[in-house]
Design a protein around this ligand. Structure first.
Ligand code: XMP
Length: 339
């Protein structure tokens, strides 16, 4: 019988058999797959696992806290947080081309993650050395050897099912690891579809906001600020995005909508009348879409009253935004994201 409980029991056994007493590392992205994979490995081998969360400053409001506080509280994982916000902003300064942004974000992400992994490996050696000296010679022989990945069954099928060498196939599509960082992969979700991953996550007590998070691109808000990415622009977009999410959730539309990018047209200015006078601010675009797999999509017919509430709140509450527009284009011809 397929039950989340059976999957968990089965995977816990497999993970234990695979990793033995070795140490394991897992990168968390804020999304459901890496969170559920980490929770499973945590259940199987507890403190042998260290999770790494790279805060690139491109997540939406509350999402870093969901990982750093709620996920840790719910699962008890060891978490290393790397605050890399400045670094990403510096690297993105002056960049406007979408693919260049993606490359930079992917490159910086992998560099930061690799350094964090090195630090975890080094710390593990120190700890193991100490423990070994104190008499448990066993652990000294077990450095970090395994890397957890939230690969799902559709990813396996798409990539031809090969196991291959360790390769951080994050949302950033980055290639292989440097020689001094070689891991074997632990992929406890390889046989699961997304809905099954969610069921397993709920059973493991992963917070619902993470379990039910809609698809969100790896480069995050970096590709939703159209134009150069700056801290101020990210703050504006985060505020507008939070309002849209709050109102869509309050209207009970989360499960009808595949995802709803909120996009800041940072290089476009529009004239408004707000309060006592004219403003010269920026438009934001709402892009609610319905889809099965993101390959094709239709724009979601969100009720007018919900759109009206989102528009009123954003223009009242977010300084600099004086216009809210709705994207009514299907995919194709338009992609879901604007960049
Ligand atoms: P598009 O915009 O191509 O998006 O219709 C299809 C789906 O992919 C997501 N997306 C990305 N995900 N890295 C990601 O991990 C990216 O660079 C990226 N670009 C788009 C998008 O949010 C949608 O779900």
């Amino acid at each position: 019988d397929w039950t989340p409980g059976n999957v968990i029991a089965d995977q816990v056994e497999k993970i234990r058999a695979q990793v033995g007493a070795a140490r394991v590392i897992c990168g968390l992205s804020g999304g459901v797959d890496s969170a559920v994979a980490a929770a499973l490995v945590q259940k199987a081998v507890g403190d042998q696992l260290t999770c790494v969360f790279v805060d690139h400053g491109l997540l939406r409001a509350g999402e870093a806290e969901q990982v750093e506080q709620d996920f840790v509280a719910a699962t008890g994982v060891n978490l290393v947080v790397v605050d890399a916000q400045e670094r990403f902003l510096d690297a993105l300064a002056g960049v406007t081309d979408p693919e260049t942004k993606r490359k930079i974000i992917g490159r910086e992400f992998i560099r930061v993650f690799e350094q964090a992994a090195r630090d975890v490996v080094a710390a593990a050696h120190v700890v193991d050395g100490g423990a070994g000296a104190a008499g448990t010679a066993d652990s000294a022989a077990h450095p970090v050897e395994f890397l957890v990945q939230g690969t799902l069954y559709p990813d396996v099928v798409e990539s031809g099912g090969g196991e291959g060498a360790a390769n951080i196939k994050s949302h950033h599509n980055v290639g292989g690891l440097p020689d001094d960082l070689q891991f074997s992969l632990v992929e406890p979700l390889r046989e699961l579809f997304k809905d099954e991953v969610r069921a397993v996550g709920l059973e493991l007590g992963v917070p619902e906001v993470i379990v039910w998070r809609q698809p969100f691109p790896g480069p995050g808000l970096g590709i939703r600020v159209i134009g150069e990415v700056t801290r101020e622009r990210l703050d504006v977009l985060r505020a507008a995005d939070l309002i849209a999410r709050e109102e869509l959730t309050a209207a009970g539309l989360d499960r009808d909508i595949w995802q709803c990018p909120v996009v800041l047209l940072a290089d476009v200015r529009s004239v408004g009348v707000q309060g006592d006078g004219r403003t010269y601010g920026h438009p934001v675009v709402l892009r609610p879409v319905s889809s099965e797999d993101a390959m094709t999509a239709d724009w979601t017919r969100v009720p007018y009253d919900v759109l009206a509430r989102i528009s009123t709140r954003i223009t009242n509450e977010v300084a600099d935004v004086n216009r809210v527009v709705l994207d009514v284009t299907s995919k194709p011809p338009a992609t879901i994201e604007w960049e």
